[in-house]
Ligand binder design. Structure first.
Ligand code: FBP
Length: 259
């Protein structure tokens, strides 16, 4: 066990540029299965190798890909290791089981860790308890703690509404997250309030299913204008015909606020 608390700001710098975050997400193999991929992208090496040519500040992986493909990306991109996950096949209330530990994340060489909570799920209390333990350990190691905070479960009527998203963002702050990954509410006015609700917990948005580029870039501009600190995007980059062009354009929006 570490005896001394380490400074998180070093790793926060490592996974950001000028205070902004641009992560490529590739944890969908577990979350959604092969249906998200085509004959090219089903090979993890294809997307991971492409990621080394993008101006991203981190690559999000589960531990299987992180360990087996570390030679492909470690020298170029910081690793954001997801500690939990679930498949689309379960029919229970949303709960993502913990797959690996903070210590293992440190051993694998992660620069930050991610943990998903489903706010409003019947299993919420279990996820909060685990998130609490993870936060303490991450702080010991000086690892930024990112919460994927998704309102979800049979009692959550409108997961992407302002009320639900703002609540989820605030929960992430209350649980000690340094960064929270949440869904965009769809307009600048409400999202600015969401960012305010998250206080000193930085807000980044999830990408979602493949969209028309114009619509996707407009939302990205609005997200950054609302005060968000960046984005974590998967399918809207690597499901696109020209993933490097999309990543370049997104980098300009996130880092330079221009299209
Ligand atoms: P995308 O940009 O592809 O949506 O990825 C973001 C992400 O949060 C992934 O990290 C995760 O695997 C997935 O979305 C979760 O998807 P869902 O919303 O279906 O639970």
């Amino acid at each position: 066990m570490p005896h001394k608390k380490h400074d998180k700001s070093l790793k926060m710098k490592k996974i950001s540029r000028d205070g902004k975050f641009f992560f490529l997400a590739l944890d969908q193999g577990l979350e959604h299965g092969p249906l998200d991929f085509d004959e090219k992208t089903i090979d993890p090496e294809y997307i991971i190798d492409l990621s080394t040519r993008m101006k991203i500040t981190g690559l999000i992986l589960q531990k299987g890909l992180a360990i087996k493909y570390s030679d492909n990306f470690m020298k170029k991109n910081p690793l954001i290791l997801k500690l939990n996950g679930r498949t689309l096949l379960t029919k229970t209330e949303p709960f993502a089981a913990q797959i690996t530990s903070v210590k293992e994340a440190v051993d694998i060489g992660a620069s930050a860790i991610g943990y998903t909570i489903y706010v409003g799920s019947e299993m919420e209390s279990e996820m909060f308890k685990i998130a609490g333990e993870i936060e303490e350990e991450a702080r010991d190691y000086g690892l930024p703690f990112i919460i994927w905070s998704y309102p979800r479960g049979k009692s959550v009527a409108k997961p992407n509404s302002f009320d639900s998203v703002a609540y989820a963002a605030r929960v992430a702050l209350e649980l000690g997250a340094d960064i929270t990954k949440i869904h965009y509410t769809g307009d600048k006015k409400t999202f600015t309030e969401v960012v305010r609700a998250a206080g000193k917990c930085k807000v980044i948005t999830a990408g979602g299913p493949l969209e028309q580029l114009d619509e996707f870039f407009k939302d990205a501009m609005d997200i950054i204008d609302s005060g968000a600190a960046g984005m974590a995007v998967g399918r809207n980059i690597w499901q696109h015909d020209n993933p490097l062009d999309v990543a370049d354009a997104l980098a300009s929006i996130i880092f330079d606020n221009k299209r």
